[in-house]
Design a binder for this molecule. Structure first.
Ligand code: NAD
Length: 505
């Protein structure tokens, strides 16, 4: 039996374990904050202390940036062969698999998501490290032999430098794994700041990186708040690139501040993603995806299918079916193997959800199901279906980030596409129909970084991910993922005698 296997432990036993103790990873060493500041995290599902961290301030952030800068400017990492970097990334992937149970448990305790889901996310993250390892050996430039006999053009790809990585609390380990291994594959060094409420698995990743033999200073990890540590990463001139995932509001402010040093930015932001259901769809499959799409991760998902656009002809029946299915979603203790939907991650987010649903009620929408917090000590919100939503209501276009589905109706394809495109976001969408013209006609006109056809929320390392419009800037994953962390340099080589500009009089 695997001694780390958690399946034989009861929830009470898991909660009785001592809290995880995390420190700051700066220049290859674990450190406490100079002023002794600490930060505690309680499980949102159980209100139990699950982690205690050293909390970085500006001084620690500056030290971490300095270490990453030195590691980039004079350390071995950017100068290694791609094959050597790939070998290290593979060792990290293996380490993630070895520590999967520890990582999954802490992810669940801090975030509130079901343990089985955390396990799957950790396994998916390990795959991303493997994929990035493969890209580390593929990075290459270009050459131009068509510029004339006396010219050879060579385009080099060089690592961009020090990358500041800022991540949110909804998929802490998966999101850092969408960024960090690709930056490392390119030869960059990094300072990583996870969301302060879910820092644990990113700090554990630091342990795995050291175990794998990463040179000192290449990755520095800081537990700390956005306005202090995050903002230092955004504004410090020694950081060459910012890779941010979080809300559109904070992301926009970060882009504006990053402009002060004109650093490169990559932004993965919010979404209000429509699932469009036509009458000729496989309605059983669409129903399953509608329910899964909005309740997965308690709706705290940038890709949440938070808008259901249903054709008039089936709207009443389909909405009733969604309500019925929603009643049967298994919400509860994330440590229980039967649970499909766990807790809301923070009290603040729970208040935000309540405010969104309250505003929808006041605007005249119908709360067809749910609409209230539930559970005892933990932070839970009922599966909620809001119907009768007018296109001008806030609930039709604002991101709720909770288990709340807004249902709107349409008459034809043109109206469906127009509604789909009627928010400021453009992260993802889904089209449900058995007609290829309907599916492709809609998919090509929808302004979104991902359009699923007859499925929802599937992802692969090979497929780029990111948003149109105010859902982001740039793409992650896919074969170009490591290139995003590079600069190009042109070498213009002249062969033979150059023709002088200076003509003697
Ligand atoms: P958030 O914007 O509040 O925080 C994200 C990160 O930014 C955190 O680490 C936070 O500490 C940091 N931060 C806060 N203020 C900062 C500042 N002034 N300067 C620098 N950093 C600062 O987002 P959140 O509540 O953690 O996450 C939810 C949001 O993230 C949602 O809008 C969701 O749609 C979005 N998200 C997007 C994607 C995507 O890939 N597009 C993925 C997951 C989440």
């Amino acid at each position: 039996m695997n001694p780390c296997d958690l399946s034989s432990s009861s929830a009470a036993e898991l909660l009785a374990r001592p809290p995880y103790a995390g420190r700051l990873l700066i220049d290859g060493d674990w450190a406490d904050a100079r002023d002794g500041a600490t930060l505690e995290r309680r499980s949102p599902a159980h209100d139990v202390l699950v982690a205690r961290y050293a909390q970085a301030g500006v001084a620690e952030a500056q030290a971490a940036i300095g270490a990453a800068r030195r590691a980039f400017d004079s350390g071995p990492w950017p100068r290694m062969k791609g094959a050597e970097r790939a070998a290290l990334l593979r060792r990290v992937a293996d380490g993630i698999v070895r520590h999967q149970e520890r990582l999954a448990l802490l992810e669940t305790l801090e975030n509130g998501k079901p343990l089985a889901q955390s396990r799957a996310e950790i396994a998916a993250a390990a795959e991303l490290w493997h994929y990035a390892a493969a890209l580390a050996r593929q990075l290459k430039g270009d050459s131009y032999d068509t510029l004339g006999e006396d010219t050879l053009g060579v385009v080099l790809r060089e690592p961009v430098g020090v990358v500041g990585i800022i991540t949110p609390w909804n998929f802490p380990f998966l999101i850092v794994s969408q960024k960090l291994p690709f930056a490392l594959a390119a030869g960059c060094t990094a300072v990583v700041k996870p969301a302060e409420v879910t820092s644990g698995t990113t700090v554990m990743l630091g342990e795995i990186l050291l175990e794998a033999g990463l040179p000192a200073g290449v990755v520095n990890i800081l537990v700390g708040t956005g306005p202090v540590v995050g903002e230092t990463l955004v504004t410090d001139a020694r950081v060459d690139m910012l890779s941010f995932t979080g809300s559109t509001a904070v992301g926009k402010a970060a882009v504006a501040k990053a402009a002060g040093t004109l650093k490169k930015v990559s932004m993965e932001l919010g979404g209000k993603n429509p699932q469009i259901v036509f009458p000729d769809a496989d309605l059983e499959a669409a129903l399953d995806a509608a329910v899964f799409g909005v309740y997965f991760n308690a709706g705290q998902c940038c890709n949440s299918g938070s808008r259901l656009l249903v054709h008039d002809a089936i709207a009443a029946e389909f909405t009733a079916a969604v309500v019925e299915r929603s009643k049967r979603v298994r919400m509860g203790d994330p440590l229980d193997a039967q649970t499909q939907v766990g807790a809301i991650t923070t009290e603040r987010q729970l208040h935000a959800i309540e405010a969104h649903v309250g505003a929808a009620r006041e605007a005249g929408a119908c709360i067809a199901l749910g609409g209230a917090r539930c559970g005892g000590r933990g932070l839970y919100y009922e599966p909620t279906v809001v119907s009768g939503v007018g296109r001008d209501m806030a609930i039709a276009h604002e991101e709720v980030f909770g288990p709340v589905l807004a249902v709107l109706t349409f008459r034809d394809l043109d109206e469906a596409v127009e509604l789909a495109n009627s928010t400021l976001y453009g992260l993802s969408a889904a089209v449900w129909s058995r007609d290829v013209d309907t599916c492709l006609g809609a998919a090509r006109r929808i302004k979104a970084g991902t359009v699923w056809v007859n499925t929802f929320l599937e992802g692969h390392a090979e497929l780029p991910f990111g948003g149109y419009r105010q859902s982001g800037l740039g793409r992650e994953l896919g074969r170009h993922a490591a290139e995003d962390y590079t600069e190009t340099k042109t070498l213009h080589l002249h062969l033979g005698q150059r023709t002088d500009w200076w003509l003697p009089a």
